[in-house]
Structures are given as C-alpha cells and as structure tokens.
Design a protein around this ligand. Structure first.
Ligand code: ZN
Length: 421
C-alpha cells in the first residue's frame, strides 16, 4: 500500500490495525498467523521447518500517536456554540492543534438484542479549535503562545439548534435499536498526507510518529517469504505514547503470549509430522521452558521515529550526533538506557546496514536535555531479546502535522526487508 494511502486511512490505532491487515491479507500466505488485541496487532510467519536453531526475527513499532480523546461526558455550551472537552492522550504539541480541520474517529461499543458488539467509525464532519485573535492576545508574538490544556482545547463541533449531546451524534452511527455503551473516539488531522519540498523529497502528514514505521515494517513483512528455520514477527503495539503498560502495549504480555503460542504449536506440528530423535530435540528447544533461551539469541528491531536536526535550531542537538533529513536510518543510543541499543545489538545493526548498502546515522541526546524512550527497552528487558532502537529522522515530532524524508522511509523499508531475508 502506498505510504500516503496508509497514512490517510490510519486515523486511530484501530484503523491502523485495519490498514495493516489489508496489506497482510492481500498476499495469501498460509504460513502467516495474525493476533489482534485492542488497537495492537502481531503477525508471525512460520518457518518452513522448525529446528533447534530456529529463532525469532522481530520488528516492533507502535500504532498510537499523541492526540485529543473525546472525554466520557464532553458536552459544554459557551458563546452560543456547543463544544467538546477532550482528554489529552500522550504529549501532543498543543499549539499545532489550533486552527486545524479536525476529524473524529474511533471505536463504539454497543448492545443490540442482548449482545455486546463494536463498530469502527470515522465521522464525515470537521470540527475546530480556533486560536484567539492577535487583537485579543496582544503579546502573543513576543511572549509565545501558551495553551492551557484544561480550558483552551475544547473543540467547537456544532451550533445551538442542532444536536445537543455528542453521544447522540455517535449513536446515529449505530444500527437501529442499538444502545451505545461506551466509546473510544479521538480527534485527528483531517488534512491528507502529501509529498512536499521542491523535489517532493519529503512527506508531510499527521501521525508519522509512528505510522511511518508501521508502514515500513508491514511492507517489508508482507513482501518477505518464509525462511528455512527462523520465525518472522511484526509487532504493532498500542499505547506507546502513554508508557506501554497496558494489555495491548509493549510492556504487557501480548508479545510473550503470542511467541509462546506459536512456538508451542510449531513444536507440536513438527513432533507429529517428523518423529526422528533429532526432531524430538527440536521440539524440546522450542517449548515454553526453552523459550527464554531462544529469545536471548533472537533479535529485535525497535522502530520509532527519531529527531532530525532542525535547521533553525541546530544547537538543540549534540553536534557530533545530529541526524539530518535524508541522511539515512537513525541508530538511537542512550547510556541511561532509555533506548535498548547496546554494543551487541548496535554491531548487528551496523553489519546489516553494511551488507546491504543502507546508510545510517547516529543519535545521542545532549547531556543537558532529557532523552525520550520507546517500545524497545520494555520488550528487551521483559523478554530478554537483544534489541536495537532505530528510526527515520523527522521534524515536528508530536505536532498534528509532521514531516519526514521519502528517502529515509525507503531506507527503512530496505533495512527491514533485509532483516527478514
Ligand atoms: Zn513514537
């Protein structure tokens, strides 16, 4: 699927999972197993033969992005306009949400004929959070725009005289007779993703962190063929932007339970079809009691966007570790271990890049600024998988509209493809 189409369709983690499944299911591949859990998805391709040398090749990304979620009781009326009170999800750059065309989308849970059901929705109306005019905020250009997330981010959705409650608008999306029980609905940038720059060398879009990585992983995974002995795994987690400690997040048990499940069933398959003494040994090497050993000699690429050096703010980067747009995949390192990269996983990553002529650049944060994190440390620490944290360089991270370079995205696809080969 084209990157722009992928970005435009993936407006919530649930929609991202649908986009990922569309790519994966387009290629009829009987060796692929899909596991889904609340806006998260894990795809596993079984090897041709499971043996004692079988390992996991895992690429990790996340489906969520910083946003404004519609609160459970969002309705308010002010100055003749009905507004929606949002709850902040993650760390959005607040100012970027002002004066944008905002769509709404998410998951509705309802009851119909005594049964619980869910429905994915994407509204076809546009809302807005208008800025205060400069005439009413005279110092704004000198002092900077300060946004109070409690009072300044209510979204204008309709005028008086129309619907009174937002849940009525949501309920209208349901089948006749259905009763809305709960919803997980968020706002998103409705402006479509485009190519930008004089040579169209950049991508401008909302949600690039981390849908660009999801796209690179799913394209590489879908194009790959089954390996002789190794399992290929693509894991897309939800809730990275709020710390990953959920059942669909990287710090939950989702990946571990999936790997146990496929290891066990692959081992059972090999024991019924091939009963030689050697294969009995293969079986024992992959059952759960041995899984820890298999994981510690497996490998994971944790892929999340990286900060490119901003041409107007070059002093914000460590001068010898300042990745540039178009300069290649970024290797992210941090001695305080906010990233999982270590000497062993870095070396493996560099070897992979070198063998496939894929350029890379290195990032470390300035010592006088705190460093971000991602899914890599949670997975590496809990499962014992050697992991390297990498990403495409980008600007405007956590803005409603971000940018990255086409060339680096292609480099990432090439890298993950080589990893799965
Ligand atoms: Zn991210």
């Amino acid at each position: 699927m084209d990157i722009l189409e992928f970005l435009n369709g993936s407006v919530t983690p649930y929609h991202t999972v649908e986009s990922l499944k569309t790519v994966l299911e387009a290629k009829k591949d009987n060796s692929v197993r899909l596991f889904e859990r609340g806006g998260a998805l894990i795809a596993v391709r079984l090897p041709r033969k499971v043996c004692s040398d079988s390992r996991f090749r895992i690429a990790l990304a996340h489906t969520d992005y910083p946003t404004l979620k519609i609160s459970p009781n969002p309705d308010a009326l002010a100055a003749g306009v009905r507004t929606l009170h949002p709850e902040i999800y993650g760390s959005p750059l607040f100012t970027s949400w002002l004066d944008r065309d905002l769509g709404y989308a998410g998951l509705l849970a309802y009851e119909l004929d005594g049964k619980l059901q869910t429905k994915l929705i994407r509204g076809n109306r546009l809302f807005r959070i208008p800025q205060l005019a400069v005439h009413l905020n005279r110092g704004v250009n000198q002092d900077g725009l300060k946004v109070n997330p409690q009072t300044d981010l209510n979204a204008l959705w309709t005028s008086v005289g129309g619907k009174e409650r937002f849940v009525d608008a949501l309920s209208a999306e349901l089948p006749a007779g259905a009763k809305l029980l709960d919803f997980d609905v968020q706002l998103f940038d409705a402006q479509p993703a485009v190519y930008g720059g004089f040579d169209e060398e950049w991508i401008y879009s909302g949600r690039l962190d981390n849908l660009s990585s999801c796209h690179a992983v799913v394209e590489a995974f879908a194009a790959a063929d089954a390996l002789e002995n190794d399992f290929q795994v693509a894991a897309f987690f939800n809730n990275e932007e709020v710390g990953s400690e959920t059942r669909e997040g990287a710090a939950g048990n989702f990946l571990k339970s999936v790997l146990e499940n496929v290891a066990m069933s692959a081992a059972l398959d090999s024991s019924t079809s091939l009963r030689s003494a050697q294969n009995d040994k293969s079986l024992s090497s992959l059952v759960c009691s041995e899984l820890a050993n298999v994981l510690s000699s497996s490998f994971a690429l944790s892929i999340d966007m990286a900060h490119a050096c901003h041409p107007n703010f070059v002093q914000k980067h460590e001068s010898n570790h300042a990745p540039v747009l178009g300069g290649g995949v970024v290797l992210k390192m941090n001695s305080q271990k906010r990233y999982a990269s270590d000497v062993f996983s870095n070396a493996r990553f560099k070897l992979l890049c070198g063998q496939n002529n894929i350029p890379y650049q290195t990032f470390v944060m300035r010592n006088d600024m705190p460093c971000g994190s991602t899914v890599g440390p949670a997975i590496s620490a809990s499962l014992g998988i050697p992991t390297v944290d990498i990403g495409e360089p980008m600007l405007s991270m956590h803005s409603i509209r971000e940018m990255t370079a086409k060339k680096d995205h292609q480099g990432m696809i090439a890298l993950v493809s080589a990893f799965y080969l």
